[in-house]
Design a binder for this molecule. Structure first.
Ligand code: ISL
Ligand code: CA
Length: 575
């Protein structure tokens, strides 16, 4: 791959040859609903960058090209895969299970899931074949974003229990030979965190520089947009100072350029690792390095929905900060890390997870969650031919230095099964198909709570049933822009994260008697329970090396077909 400096006159092929150019162009095509054949086509690859607009039928501003070229020049060398085998690691062999504690299991009937509820279900999880648990945040929080707005990193959320409950959970998990990872939310804190309170009220506070705080003025410091609607700047405190919040107004972004902040974060991570936690899932970790606070390019903003994103999606110090975290916090404990990295493509992923880079172990890539040209709030049927192409690309090209995660669902998305197949008569087959791929492809499977019970989307009937801040803000925004309430609600229904946050339908005690959605989930489980299928597939994966570390070869990928081989020296599976 090229190493000369790119300019506006460089060709698309040259851009595509740089790791960032590769990922950005792929993402642009995905967003536009086009195929990447376009770029690999020899004719197209000779076209200069400044012609992309013509090629795609979109008019791009000058800023778009400049940003693209600058990003490409910031990282010209692709990651080189040097290995011929996969280094064995426990987390490559493990099956993970994500728990969203609020709706997993309620042990005391107050309507909120809790830590004792999780303890109650450990035998169930062990039995399923699960090796490791990922808990969505359980820290003290005012719950503007259900715990992703942390008020105190070293305290347990009162509704979920106490530190003793947590230690009991951790002990029991370990006693059963399982592992536990926590959620690490360090791109932002709650605006109720002590650091922020101090920072906003006291000009001389050392914490003022822990955030992006700017003097009061009539205009926000830049045009960046929040992921949860509206501008990414809010005004806080008596002096109405501006502070950056990429997510809700109560989630203020931390300034990672401040070395004191980085030391405090490392210290907090070690606090949990000393307790025996086995690692972390790192929330939006690729957003932590904010390059400059310059205005975002409007074309990029329109295309991706979030103006400003090019300044922090893959910021200038990202690798440096991750390596530092690795050295200071993770490595001494041999702890595991998986980064949540929205917008990161395969080449960037290699640079983040390549073994010799010593940054993070694995990432969650999200490009398979919607088919090209669609976004989460569209109502459409997912075409699995796209997933087949996507996953084949990763299987063939991610390399032996890197390892991927395999998942369809999490707490931020509607259920994949509902997207893939809406005909109830075919859902059983579709669910099995998804499961077979998840446990026989190469990578670490992450089950999201309820996948194994065949849970699907929930037919919410009004906005009153929707509690999620993202959906509520988006609804208000849509209605504010002139959309009818009915249409706005339909849009929310297609994409709301609430689908994944319905109380789990346990069929004995441990269910919230107050939960209005429970009945539906119980019916869904009753007609599509997959726990036995999951058990068998997990057991198979555990038994055969070929299914874990084996090679992958596509046999048939004609339309609506996907046949592949997994094999090693001794074993061979045709799937
Ligand atoms: O980037 C996005 C839109 O393209 C979002 O999907 C965003 O990356 C995602 O919502 C980030 O999720 C994580 O951080 C959020 C939290 O609300 C989510 O629950 C969490 O998984 C803020 O902490
Ligand atoms: Ca409870």
């Amino acid at each position: 791959m090229g190493s000369k400096k790119l300019t506006m006159e460089s060709t698309l092929g040259e851009v595509y040859d740089t790791p960032i150019g590769h990922d950005v162009l792929k993402k642009v095509l995905l967003q536009l609903g086009a195929e990447d054949i376009l770029i690999t086509n020899p004719l197209v690859s000779k076209i200069p960058v400044s012609m992309i607009g013509k090629l795609t039928g979109h008019s791009m501003g000058q800023g778009f090209y400049e940003t693209l070229i600058n990003l490409c020049n910031s990282e010209k060398k692709a990651y080189k895969d040097t290995k011929h085998y996969y280094t064995p690691k426990w987390w490559k062999e493990a099956v993970f299970y994500q728990i969203y504690p609020r709706t997993f299991c309620d042990s005391n009937g107050d309507g909120v899931g809790d830590i004792q509820g999780i303890i109650k279900r450990l035998d169930y999880l062990k039995n399923l074949g699960v090796d490791a648990l990922w808990l969505s945040p359980i820290y003290d929080s005012p719950n503007d974003d259900n715990g992703y707005d942390i008020r105190d990193y070293r305290k347990i959320m009162t509704e979920f229990g106490t530190m003793e409950d947590f230690e009991e959970l951790l002990d029991k998990v370990h006693e059963k030979g399982m592992r536990l990872i926590m959620d690490l939310v360090v791109n932002h804190t709650s605006d109720e965190h002590e650091w922020f309170k101090d920072a906003i009220s006291d000009k001389g506070s050392k914490y003022r520089d822990y955030y992006f705080i700017k003097e009061n003025s009539d205009k926000a410091p830049n045009n960046w947009k929040s992921f949860f609607s509206g501008p990414a700047w809010g005004q806080y405190g008596e002096d109405e100072l501006w502070a950056l919040h990429l997510f809700s107004k109560k989630q203020v972004d931390l300034n990672w350029e401040n070395a004191g902040l980085r030391r405090d974060i490392e210290d907090m991570i070690r606090f949990w690792l000393k307790k025996g936690v086995d690692g972390f899932r790192m929330d939006v970790i690729n957003y932590i390095s904010k390059g400059s606070l310059k205005d975002g390019d409007e074309t990029i903003g329109k295309m991706f929905g979030f103006t400003g994103i090019e300044h922090y999606l893959y910021g200038p110090h990202l690798h440096e900060y991750l390596h530092e975290l690795h050295e200071e916090a993770f490595a001494p404990f041999d702890a595991f890390s998986v980064g949540e990295t929205p917008g990161v493509g395969m080449e960037m992923a290699k640079l983040l997870t390549g073994e010799s880079r010593e940054e993070i172990d694995m990432i969650f890539s999200f490009d398979h969650l919607e088919t090209p040209g669609h976004e989460r709030f569209d109502d459409y049927k997912y075409d699995l031919n796209y997933y087949r192409n996507y996953i084949t690309d990763w299987m063939e090209n991610y390399g032996k230095d890197c390892w991927m995660s395999l998942f369809y669902d999490n707490h931020d998305n509607p259920r994949m099964l509902s997207k893939v197949e809406t005909d109830p008569r075919k859902q059983q087959a579709a669910a099995r198909l998804l499961a077979v791929m998840q446990f026989t492809l190469r990578g670490t499977p992450f089950i999201f709570q309820g996948d194994e019970m065949g849970l699907r989307n929930y037919e919410f009937t009004s906005m009153e049933e929707i509690t999620d801040v993202e959906s509520k803000n988006k609804y208000a925004e849509l209605c504010g822009s002139g959309m009818s309430e009915e249409k706005a609600f339909k849009t929310i229904l297609s994409g709301t994260r609430e689908h994944a946050r319905v109380m789990m339908p346990w069929d004995d005690s441990g269910i919230s008697p107050h939960d209005p959605h429970r009945k539906v989930a119980m019916t869904q489980k009753a007609d599509l329970d997959l726990t036995e299928v999951y058990k068998k597939l997990i057991a198979l994966r555990k038994r055969y090396n070929a299914l874990r570390y084996g090679e992958f070869k596509v046999l048939n990928k004609r339309r609506d077909r996907f046949t592949y081989e997994r094999y090693d020296k001794n074993e061979k599976f045709v799937i």
